[in-house]
Design a protein around this ligand. Sequence first.
Ligand code: GLN
Length: 543
Amino acid sequence: MSKFIFITGGVVSSLGKGLASAALGALLQARGYKVRLRKLDPYLNVDPGTMSPYQHGEVYVTDDGAETDLDLGHYERFTGVPAKRSDNVTTGQLYMDVLAKERRGDYLGATIQVIPHVTDAIKAFAKSDLTDEDFVLCEIGGTVGDIESLPFLEAIRQLGNELGREKSLFVHLTLVPFIASAGELKTKPTQHSVKELQSVGIQPDILLCRSEVDIPEEQRRKIALFCNIRPDAVIAALDVNSIYNVPLSYHAEGFDNEVCRHFDLLDNFPEPNLSVWRQISKTVEKPEGDVKIAIVGKYTSLLDSYKSLAEALIHGGIANNIKVEINWLDAEIFEKEDTIHHLDGVNGILVPGGFGERGAEGKIAAVQFARERKIPYFGICFGMQMAVIEAARNLSGINGAGSTEFGNCDQPVVGLLTEWIREGITEERHDKDDLGGTMRLGAYDCDLIPNSRVRDIYGTDRISERHRHRYEVNIDYKERLEAAGLIFSGMSPDRKLPEIVEIPDHPWFVAVQFHPELKSKPFDPHPLFKHFVSAAVYQSRLV
Ligand code: GLN
């Protein structure tokens, strides 16, 4: 049976619990173990799909079509294990299931309570859909002390008891702030956070202490003494230049060693094989040059909304030994006169996914600039739809070209489809469906057309990529657009849905309906990002 590691956080939010979990997953993998990472989110939304990207950051989509927390993106990027619907749950989802059971009479008239009904549902979730994983890492969202977290803490406390110490481990991530005026690291917030955890019956086994500076021996002893743990189990989580240095830094501080010691596994695999992480770290620390990529989007004030995208560009940089500098630009700028100069000097332009009309014309202007000035262009989802509208208007002369996402439109080159086929089964959506249920979500196959740029880039005829959108490029316009030079180089296997367009007569112009950024990894950069960055490098040497 799998061993469970529960990761909680305290003191303040945003300490990077997701990254910490992901990095520990990578370190255990490096010792030859099979891992699975899960996120248990205490908020009441059923999933993050309907939450504003400004508040919650990116919605990460899995192959099986779940809209999940962005931490699952970290998990995949660090471990390569594809995340599934069964790896993320929220209070809203749990209550929905418990209440549905209650309505069906499954509880046989019992009084439904947080303990045991909700806590049982949490435990069942943590243990569900596992096969032969050595370790299951369960991250509890939020911060210890939040009202919403309580049922989750109670559930993992119970689970810890049921599994026993040899099969469970509690890691608590805290902050050890450096107070400049006193010239000292302060351990009190950590002590309070651990007290809070102890008050609900959880004694952490390992403390992971975020700190700007190294934590001296004396402070470690103090934390250990007050928090009732061994001094060796106080691990410093130091600030690092790149998130891809985190596994190496944790290892140097003895984190994975301490985890393996707890489970009495040190004799099996005494040292992890970290050569992949060393290589990545070397490239990130010492690139051979840099390129400037402009991202023309909408949520540029909260960069977490484009988390996977920013990471995928870094991976594209790693593949080319290059540092990618991202210039985040709000698309609305380009709706004003004389502003296109903001794009001067960039080596590549990327229009990412997006929703709604605001900024759309600015994105179309950015596409036109990239196309006419022969600057590498990469359109993703909304960025493909805008590229098609731009080509329809300016290459095919279809003046009224637009998207029905913005209201009625004379020339709907992008429109709502109500039916599509996945694995031979017709799926339907309706205008009046709940917001959560009207999108094409998850992995779909796409055929690449022979002799196209993308066929070359991927090196295969059929690919599978993840989707999250309601609207589609309208196949009825294919002939007119192709005659004008915009080629439909990726199509759904039934040939009804355009998935990729490209302009052959351009240094690099590729736009895709799916989200390739969701599948890129530092040790396996996505081919489209690799080639886009490489085209940007080429462009940078021309100027
Ligand atoms: N708003 C567009 C749609 O729903 C694009 C979505 C996206 O970019 N993810 O089709």
